[in-house]
Design a protein around this ligand. Structure first.
Ligand SMILES: *[C@@H]1O[C@H](CO)[C@@H](O)[C@H](O)[C@H]1NC(C)=O
Ligand SMILES: *[C@@H]1O[C@H](CO)[C@@H](O)[C@H](O)[C@H]1NC(C)=O
Ligand SMILES: *[C@@H]1O[C@H](CO)[C@@H](O)[C@H](O)[C@H]1NC(C)=O
Ligand SMILES: *[C@@H]1O[C@H](CO)[C@@H](O)[C@H](O)[C@H]1NC(C)=O
Ligand SMILES: *[C@@H]1O[C@H](CO)[C@@H](O)[C@H](O)[C@H]1NC(C)=O
Ligand SMILES: *[C@@H]1O[C@H](CO)[C@@H](O)[C@H](O)[C@H]1NC(C)=O
Ligand SMILES: *[C@@H]1O[C@H](CO)[C@@H](O)[C@H](O)[C@H]1NC(C)=O
Ligand SMILES: *[C@@H]1O[C@H](CO)[C@@H](O)[C@H](O)[C@H]1NC(C)=O
Ligand SMILES: *[C@@H]1O[C@H](CO)[C@@H](O)[C@H](O)[C@H]1NC(C)=O
Ligand SMILES: *[C@@H]1O[C@H](CO)[C@@H](O)[C@H](O)[C@H]1NC(C)=O
Ligand SMILES: *[C@@H]1O[C@H](CO)[C@@H](O)[C@H](O)[C@H]1NC(C)=O
Length: 370
């Protein structure tokens, strides 16, 4: 091997191992079938810059005995500087691992998560991320740990591929919430492996409070019939802890006026809505022309809507009389129309009849005159 080639190999090796972050957390999770590594975290710096201390790797067996790993342990396991690499990691690899460099010890417990056939990611391996609505949402696929080996990167949202490029940059909307999976295809010894990193993105309402407001017109008249009941429905856009109430001039003991204790609330497009009903039973004159106000308020703002009950414009006759009147009116109209039609059809006969009447008259008068 020429010196140049040697240097190149050394350079590639150092770059590959240097770019990987060492793993200091003792509990590690990996996905079955994906490339994975453990890397020793150096605590004491080496005496010489050029020094590479030997590292020994152990796997703890069922009896907590350390069994040293070597290149013959498994065809899937390789050693690379301070890395222990799995190409790929399998379910049987779970367990406790430790490494020893000089007098330093480090150990990890590895959990290997079983691959699910029907899903492109595992819910046990997601990173949760919250983004405020209308704030910048950025999803990029970067994997510095394997950057030199990555051959192809693709991005999926809820397991559906996002068309190129494999990144998203926009203002967050509620519809953007979902599982975003970056799939890194890695080439190793001519074989392709996939590494999946999934982020669970939730779009949340911003911290800023909204100005509470009652929806609809600010003043409404409601037609009512005396003796009947009415339910006044007041709907508002508000924050969780805003005050929302009915107020009206009435003594508290009036059992006919009843306000719902709780508001009925729901979230639509990330905004909290609520309605509250005021029920007035057995309506009498005294409930008319009074204002029933519905108010939503917090420290910053107040909004009020007023309802007024008015007597429904009624025809002042009882229902059955009214119905009979209509029937009679219709009957008369039909009779008149029929009469006109008959007159038209029997026009000639009518004229003759008329003339005969007149002639008879004339003969009569004639007779008298004569
Ligand atoms: C590292 O460098 C020191 C001097 O800087 C030298 O004495 C030593 O032999 C070198 N060791 C290796 C492994 O090259
Ligand atoms: C490293 O760990 C092994 C077993 O856990 C123990 O026997 C050994 O003393 C440890 N060495 C150091 C330097 O802590
Ligand atoms: C994803 O985020 C939502 C909202 O925070 C949460 O309810 C859900 O449990 C998360 N899913 C997983 C797999 O953690
Ligand atoms: C790279 O490895 C470190 C240490 O295991 C890990 O914390 C980090 O999430 C990895 N980065 C990616 C993109 O997988
Ligand atoms: C990966 O790279 C090799 C050579 O660089 C290329 O032939 C192959 O098509 C690539 N594979 C994918 C999946 O992109
Ligand atoms: C890796 O993912 C690509 C799509 O990104 C897919 O076409 C390929 O079959 C996967 N390979 C393996 C070994 O899972
Ligand atoms: C009150 O009004 C709101 C909005 O118009 C509506 O969603 C709700 O169902 C109404 N409630 C009742 C009891 O009618
Ligand atoms: C209802 O609101 C109107 C207009 O804001 C106000 O003039 C009236 O005094 C209020 N009535 C009650 C009982 O609060
Ligand atoms: C309270 O309302 C009842 C029924 O409307 C009425 O009879 C009574 O006089 C009212 N009391 C007061 C103090 O206004
Ligand atoms: C109103 O809400 C409170 C607390 O949420 C609950 O304890 C109570 O039963 C509710 N009352 C009605 C009438 O729904
Ligand atoms: C309605 O009010 C009138 C007058 O106050 C009363 O005589 C009648 O009993 C009430 N009816 C009901 C159902 O409460």
């Amino acid at each position: 091997m020429h010196r140049g080639e040697l240097l190149l190999v050394f350079f590639v090796l150092t770059v590959t191992s240097a770019s990987k972050d060492c793993i200091s957390r003792p509990q590690v999770h990996a996905m079955e079938g994906e490339p994975f590594y453990l890397k020793f975290c150096e605590t004491s710096s080496p005496v010489y810059k050029n020094e590479t201390a030997t590292i020994r790797w152990f796997k703890h067996d069922a009896f907590h005995q350390r069994v040293e790993l070597n290149t013959e342990s498994s065809s899937r396991i390789t050693f690379n500087g301070y890395d222990l690499e799995f190409w790929p990691v399998e379910l049987e690899d779970k367990g406790t691992y430790s490494s020893q460099v000089r007098n330093d010890n480090q150990s990890w417990t590895l959990t290997v998560i079983q691959r699910k056939e029907h899903s492109c990611f595992s819910e046990k391996l997601v990173t949760n991320k919250k983004v405020e609505v209308k704030k910048a949402l950025k999803v990029t696929c970067e994997n510095p740990n394997y950057s030199e080996l990555i051959n192809h990167t693709s991005l999926y949202k809820n397991c559906k591929e996002v068309i190129n490029p494999p990144m998203i940059q926009k203002d967050a909307e509620f519809g953007d919430a979902g599982y975003y999976s970056c799939v890194f295809s890695v080439l190793h010894n001519g074989k392709q492996y996939n590494i999946t990193k999934t982020t669970n993105i939730t779009v949340i309402q911003g911290n800023s409070k909204i100005t509470p407001a009652i929806l609809g017109r600010k003043f409404e008249t409601v037609e009512v019939e005396l003796g009947k009941d009415v339910a006044l429905n007041c709907t508002a856009l508000l924050n969780e802890n805003d005050m929302f109430y009915w107020n009206f001039l009435s003594n508290n003991s009036d059992p006919n006026v009843h306000e719902d204790v709780n508001k009925t609330a729901w979230t639509f497009e990330g905004k909290l809505h609520a309605y509250k009903i005021l029920r007035i039973g057995n309506i009498t004159e005294k409930y008319l022309s009074v204002l029933y106000n519905c108010t939503v308020a917090n420290e910053e703002a107040t909004d009020t809507k007023s309802f007024r009950l008015v007597r429904k414009e009624m025809v002042d006759i009882p229902g059955h009389v009214f119905r009979r009147g209509i029937f009679v009116a219709v009957f008369i109209s039909v009779a008149v129309v029929c009469g006109v039609i008959l007159c038209v059809i029997y026009k000639v006969d009518l004229v003759l009849f008329y003339r005969r009447l007149v002639e008879r008259d004339e003969t009569l008068t004639g007779n008298i005159l004569k």
